[in-house]
Design a protein around this ligand. Structure first.
Ligand SMILES: [Zn+2]
Length: 242
């Protein structure tokens, strides 16, 4: 059984990595930490162009992810014709994440009296360090409103309950669910195409453990990369690893 799984995993691995690096466009390491221009990558697509409702016009996902998300959306509209569903943010590269991280760092500096440890863990409640975000991979996106209470009533509740029941059929899971004792807080708006993401997570871990990222990262607070990056990347819903 374990052997069968190992062989299947190995074959999947080969297939996925053949696809993403098919045109020698970039190295595995750069891909895993989001150091590439996804809008120019041949495996990425602007999701508005295929009919997925969006908040902004410049949202990209990997083609396979976008196709599955479109199918999910079409079924959601069939089941719930009055529901409103849109994608708020999708792929983000390393440099964008660095901006988000450093802006928050500056914002929290006063409040936490320049205690870098406290600043880092405060940001990590909801935001990733550059090079550690699942949004780098083109597999993850945020929907509608980035506020858990939105999903407790009305439209938010309606789509959230539908997704909890149906998203898995299309290959999606919610990585930052309840029932975890570490990592980011609950994010009912963040969804992931885990069929691809679980492979990248595995590859990310291998590269991290071999210190392959060290020379590639540079941001305020990077001294916490060693301590927190691995924990936060891996503290996810176990359903996303099936
Ligand atoms: Zn997100």
């Amino acid at each position: 059984m374990i052997m069968k799984f190992a062989i299947r995993f190995f074959i999947l691995n080969l297939l996925f990595f053949k696809t993403i690096f098919s045109q020698n466009y970039l190295q595995e390491r750069e891909f895993l930490i989001g150091q590439f221009e996804f809008s120019k990558h041949p495996d990425f697509i602007n999701i508005k162009q295929i009919g997925i409702p969006v908040k902004r016009n410049d949202l990209f996902l990997q083609k396979e992810v976008a196709e599955q998300l479109l199918k999910l959306y079409q079924q959601l509209k069939k089941d719930l014709p009055n529901a409103e569903f849109w994608v708020t943010s999708a792929t983000r590269n390393y440099w964008h994440q660095k901006q988000i991280w450093e802006n928050k760092w500056n914002q929290y500096q006063k409040q936490y009296k320049n205690d870098p440890q406290q600043i880092a863990t405060k940001i990590l409640e909801y935001s990733s360090m550059p090079a550690t975000s699942r949004h780098h991979w083109g597999t993850d996106f945020d929907i509608n409103i980035l506020d858990n209470s939105y999903y407790e009533r009305g439209n938010g509740k309606m789509i959230y309950e539908w997704l909890k029941k149906n998203a898995k059929k299309y290959g999606f899971c919610m990585p930052y669910n309840e029932n975890r004792n570490t990592g980011y807080r609950l994010e009912k708006w963040h969804w992931s195409y885990y069929k691809l993401a679980k492979i990248y997570q595995q590859k990310w871990n291998e590269s991290f453990q071999n210190n392959l990222f060290d020379s590639k990262i540079d941001f305020i607070g990077k001294e916490f990369f060693k301590t927190y990056a691995f924990i936060y990347v891996n503290a996810i819903n176990t359903e996303c690893l099936e």
